[in-house]
Ligand binder design. Structure first.
Ligand code: SAM
Length: 245
């Protein structure tokens, strides 16, 4: 039986629960054959926070990332989790994806569109490696929430700058849903679902989640409950979009 979750595991589940639910539902659709492994590419997959659990579900995952340190950590994590035979890590850039991988059923692009030079070209490159009917799981920083966060921290000038300019600040570009939808459509990707991610998670003090029994689980439930309500999209730190090729 698994032991009680650590504080960092609880925070992680609050931050990523909505994304996991959407990906699990996608991989468990009736038309998805449970006897076959999905071929998954995690572009900018870093240290394998998504890749390793997906491999543990039985899927074959290929992580492409420019960072050798991240890939080394991915390798360690995959070995420790007993899934090294289902994960490969390859050093590379999203721009070169077509030369690095075969066709995929699912491409994860989480936290990467913010930092590439040309988001439209990046999405077209991803579409080019998806099989017809394959899906993109896209997770990006959402701009309106970042404006509010800056203002709440007293950084009013920075908030004002971010309001109309998606590319200011250390975190790279931040998107609104209105900007994402035409970008995806331009790459031949049809949005099938949008979820608000981290609507409350970054506002709630971590100490509360650590000290209050059941608080983290209740917050995961609340995040889930608002995630598909469009009124909450502008409040979300991130947007998660599933799009079909
Ligand atoms: C914010 S991290 C996200 C890591 C992981 N996808 C996640 O959600 O936990 C961004 C990752 O993108 C990688 N990256 C940065 N520029 C990239 C590019 N041009 N092509 C592919 N990956 C890139 C970084 O090395 C880093 O691992």
């Amino acid at each position: 039986m698994p032991g009680p979750a650590s504080a960092s595991e609880r925070r992680q589940s609050v931050r990523t629960g909505v994304v996991w639910t959407a990906i699990h539902e996608l991989l468990a659709r009736p038309e998805a054959d449970p006897s076959t492994q999905a071929r998954i590419i995690d572009i900018g997959g870093g240290t394998g926070g998504f890749a390793v659990p997906l491999a543990a579900l039985g899927h074959r995952v290929e992580v492409i990332d420019p960072s050798p340190d991240a890939l080394a950590a991915l390798g360690r994590r995959a070995r420790e989790s007993g899934v090294a035979d289902r994960i490969t890590g390859q050093q590379g850039d999203l721009a070169d994806l077509a030369d690095l991988v075969e066709e995929a059923d699912l491409v994860l692009c989480h936290g990467v569109l913010e930092v590439v030079d040309d988001p439209a070209a990046a999405l077209a490159t991803i579409a080019g490696v998806l099989r017809p009917g394959g899906h993109l799981s896209l997770l990006v920083a959402q701009r309106h929430a970042a404006v509010v966060a800056r203002a709440m921290a007293g950084h009013f000038q920075a908030a004002r700058e971010l309001l109309d300019n998606p590319s200011t600040g250390r975190g790279g570009r931040r998107f609104t849903l209105d900007e994402l939808e035409p970008l995806l459509a331009g790459a031949g990707l049809a949005t099938t679902s949008v979820h608000a991610v981290r609507v409350f998670a970054d506002l709630v003090p971590g100490a509360l989640l650590d000290s209050e029994p059941g608080a983290a689980a209740a917050l995961v439930e609340l995040e889930q409950a608002v995630s598909s309500r469009p009124d909450f999209f502008p409040l979300a730190t991130q947007l998660h979009v599933l799009a079909r090729h």
